[in-house]
Ligand binder design. Structure first.
Ligand SMILES: [Zn+2]
Length: 277
């Protein structure tokens, strides 16, 4: 601080007194001019101390709390960085979001395609399974129909005595006259329950129980081709006709016993199953 009058070292040429305002002086000092502290008395110890304190305070004022300033500066930096980060994150987020959306769309499309393919495959498999089942069922029915079909037992015959009363007694059969050795066929699928000589006048006889429980009797055979317990198929040859037992000529004596019980008229029973004698 400059107090007092400025007295130039040399008197101006025109004798004018040169006064420099304090403010200007300060600036001239700052500009590097040499200023003599002319006329200024030395500062007292107290004043010097006060000046130092003041300077210290002023110094403190410039950086009241260096740490705080540093922190503040750092915070600004951090804040800036943080803002940049937020912007970057937002941008990244947007990018990621759109990328994720695009990815999600692609994944969704892929899943839908897979689901559609699965559904189509499932449908095709179901259709195939249904077709296979239908085919198997048709095959099963075909086989069953074959197994359960009814066949005429004899060929090349002449109908002689029918089912009914004959000469005062019941004839529970249909007689079919044919040369000895004419093949006799199983009426359907069944099991042989008797094959041998009959002590009741039937000669060589075969009895077969069919899949529906019906039992057929073939009597007066010349030769037997099956054994008891044997499984037979529709039309299978089981014997040859003949004239054995109480018989007056070569013929097949045919009896039909539904459920193994009493005999019924063979022709009508067979006719009901599509076989016409
Ligand atoms: Zn007879």
């Amino acid at each position: 601080m400059y107090v007092g009058r400025h007295r130039p070292a040399t008197k101006p040429a025109r004798g004018r007194q040169f006064v420099i305002p304090v403010d200007l002086l300060s600036s001239t000092v700052a500009a590097g001019l040499i200023v003599r502290d002319a006329g200024a008395s030395p500062l007292s110890a107290e004043a010097a101390a006060m000046k130092n304190v003041s300077n210290s305070v002023a110094g403190l004022g410039l950086a009241a709390d260096p740490d705080a300033v540093a922190v503040a500066a750092g915070d600004r930096g951090n804040l800036r960085a943080s803002r940049d980060g937020v912007r970057a994150e937002a941008a990244l987020g947007l990018a990621a979001s759109s990328a994720a959306e695009a990815g999600a769309d692609a994944a969704k499309a892929a899943l839908q395609r897979i689901a559609a393919e699965k559904a189509a495959a499932k449908k095709a498999a179901a259709a195939k399974a249904a077709a296979d089942k239908k085919k198997k069922e048709a095959e099963r029915k075909r086989r069953l129909a074959l197994a359960q079909r009814w066949i005429a037992p004899f060929h090349g015959y002449t109908l002689t005595s029918g089912y009914g009363w004959r000469w005062g007694r019941m004839h529970p059969a249909q007689d079919l006259a044919a040369p000895t050795g004419t093949p006799v066929h199983s009426l359907s699928t069944g099991t042989v329950i008797f094959s041998g000589w009959s002590n009741e006048g039937y000669g060589y006889m075969v009895k077969i129980r069919y899949w529906d429980g019906t039992v057929s009797w073939f009597a007066h055979n010349s030769r037997l081709l099956v054994s008891v317990g044997e499984q037979v198929t529709p039309g299978q040859k089981v014997s040859y006709s003949g004239n054995t037992g109480n018989s007056t000529g070569p013929h097949l004596h045919l009896e039909i016993h539904p459920d193994g019980s009493g005999p019924v008229a063979p022709r009508s029973w067979l006719a009901a199953r599509g076989v016409y004698l």
